[in-house]
Ligand binder design. Sequence first.
Ligand SMILES: [Ca+2]
Length: 497
Amino acid sequence: MTQRQKTDSGGRVEREVWLGAPFAADPSGDANAVWRRNYITLGESNSIHAPDPHSPATISVNFPGRAAPLESGWIPGAVFNETEQTLDSALLAVQSHWFNRRVVTTAGYRIDEVTQYRTNSSADRSGIWTGSNGVLVLDPSTKTRFDFSGRTKTVGIVGHPTKWLSVFINGAENLGLPAAGQRLGPEGDVPPPPRAKGLDGGITLEAFGGRLVTRLSYYETTADNQVNAMGVNNAFTPRYNTVIGILDDPNGDRNTDDRIYTSTQMAKYSELRPQAIAVGDTLDSESSGYEARITANLTAGLRFIVNYSYTDQQKVNAYPRTKLLWDQVYAFVADLQQANPNVDVDALAGSSGTTLGALLATNVTDLADRSFDFSQALGNRKHKANIFGNYTLQRTRLKGLTVGGGARYQSAMNAGADNQNVMHEGSDLVVVDAMVRYPFRIALFERNIRGSLQLNVRNVLDDTDPLILRYAGDGVTASRVNFQAPREMIFSCTARF
Ligand SMILES: [Ca+2]
């Protein structure tokens, strides 16, 4: 099976302005914006309606001291881009039977090929925009091509060696398509393709003619190169640019004649550039778990379901690019201190108001804390169990009456680390639920009406103790708390006629 898909997309926000940037150099800034006011006249309903700003189309006004009248028009308000993407996919799947259908195998292979063209905007300073910062237009000279290919492989086997036993195992491997909008590393590269692997397998056992069914399963998945902002966009990149800004202009007079490094000194370091443009980094995650489920129909009216699962989640290799970058920054600053023995490099602040030493110290703590946070699967509850049973009366006058109840358990979640990086656990959780259902059948207006009355109660014990989800840095104060819903009773009546 093959498929071709084409998408064009772009984001462009427009603003109504006075054309030609008459009041300030930035054509789309507030000073040049057209502000339309609508006044409401009490008692006149048509004055409440604000007209579409595109119609009446344009405004032309004679402005004192200007020869030509001012004309209004719409221009882009912020940097924008347009992408054209072609995705070609091919898929092949095979299913086979073996040994008299006792073994069924499936295999699949999928290829995705993406070609993407990205065109950015740039400022046009010609014509009426001469002398201004320029109006943003799509710039065909910035059109860039990106090519990616993805692969997905899956294999599955289901075997029924005997009537009461079945075995299954599935494997999948996926090389996905990268998030083309992200910029990573010193050159703002498109991220590496995400790579995922998964394996799961298990057995199902049936006993007493199918009245007792037990299913045991295991799974593991790894997902590499997961892209996230991770504070690179709003902490590490701006901080890097502040550090380099101080080294560019140590005396803070907005002139870089006193730059303290040379391009040769910077070029020794593979990751260092005069400006950082990265907006994210990657991490890898691994998770594995077991699940056991028993369904028992013990007698004609009695049924039990018991379920238990264990999940382990780990995140690893957070910040490969950011860590490398900052190790090089620390070494670079040490180099500059050695090359300039008469300057206290750590004490330089340029025009930033913070010293270089303080910025680097903040960064050491910030990167260590965030790496630690990203290595923990916050909020993960490892053990989960449910038990639910119901009994339906078989004889007696209340034949058909079903009474049921159960409990849900979740072990304490990972509630974060304190300032000493000691992990804390939040609260565990047990909720008890119950239900009663009674079916009825009555004759009304010569029609047979069947229905049921049902009462469901959630949180029977009305346990409303707050659940601690996260601790503050002191490890004692709860910083995030969830309140459980109090006891809830829902009575419903269903009738079919
Ligand atoms: Ca300077």
